[in-house]
Design a protein around this ligand. Structure first.
Ligand code: DX5
Ligand code: ZN
Length: 223
């Protein structure tokens, strides 16, 4: 564990599993229930076989909540899109390693816009590929499912990747390590113990009462 006492694990509900007709209400509900961030999944129908939210939806959510907005871009060509999402109110912009050719340049651009710059790794992409951009990475999103849909089963090998990233980080405060996919009250403590700082959870939070489910997750990572 890094110096400075016990790590505080943050909870980031993913709006992908919320009622699409009530996104603002869902954002307000999880904020009231103690969420730390709001995770917004942007899908383009090419990088992943699904279509979701654009910048105007992010802007509407920005108006509904004061929570930091963590925008996960699952798009084939993120570079031309990041500014629109930052203008819409994103606080973290995460792009997929598999989708970017000039990664360090894009991370620097996101940081120059005073936003945290994140890299997401698909299950088959090893953490070791980040060696030369590690210093430029504020946020590392380790996918524990193949991206594209909520409600999939947690991929246990993601735990090894979280451990590797946590060891690489050592005493440093960054990158923040987030895990996305299949997080529920059973997998959350495993992910937290492996070294994750942020747990993204969609179907687990929104398939029940979000306040109850967030409480369950909080207990699962603090006991
Ligand atoms: C999947 C998305 C996730 C999704 C997770 O591609 O990146 O953020 O919302 O959903 P659950 O928690 O249901 O696996
Ligand atoms: Zn996501």
């Amino acid at each position: 564990m890094a110096a400075g006492g016990p790590r505080v694990v943050q909870l980031a509900p993913s709006l992908l599993s919320a009622d699409a007709g009530q996104l603002a209400d869902a954002a307000r509900a999880v904020e009231a229930a103690g969420a730390d961030l709001l995770h917004i999944d942007v899908m383009d129908g090419h990088f992943v076989p699904n279509l979701t939210f654009g910048p105007h939806v992010v802007a509407a959510i920005r108006r509904a909540t004061t929570l930091p907005l963590d925008v996960h871009l699952m798009v084939q060509e993120p570079a031309p899109l990041v500014d629109a999402f930052i203008d819409a109110g994103a606080d973290v912009v995460t792009v997929h390693w598999e989708a970017v050719t000039h990664l360090e340049r894009l991370l620097a651009h996101i940081q120059a816009r005073e936003c945290l710059a994140g890299i997401a790794l698909n299950p088959a992409t090893p953490v070791s590929l980040l060696a030369d951009v590690w210093a430029e990475c504020d946020w590392l999103l380790i996918m524990s499912v193949n991206p594209g849909f909520g409600g999939q089963l947690f991929w246990p090998r993601a735990l090894h990747k979280v451990q590797t990233a946590h060891e690489w980080r050592g005493e440093l405060a960054r990158p923040r390590i987030a895990v996305d996919g299949g997080v529920d009250e059973t997998t959350a403590p495993l992910v937290a113990a492996a070294g994750a700082d942020v747990l993204v959870a969609g179907s687990y939070v929104f398939d029940g009462d979000p306040a109850v489910r967030l409480g369950n997750l909080r207990r699962a990572v603090t006991t």
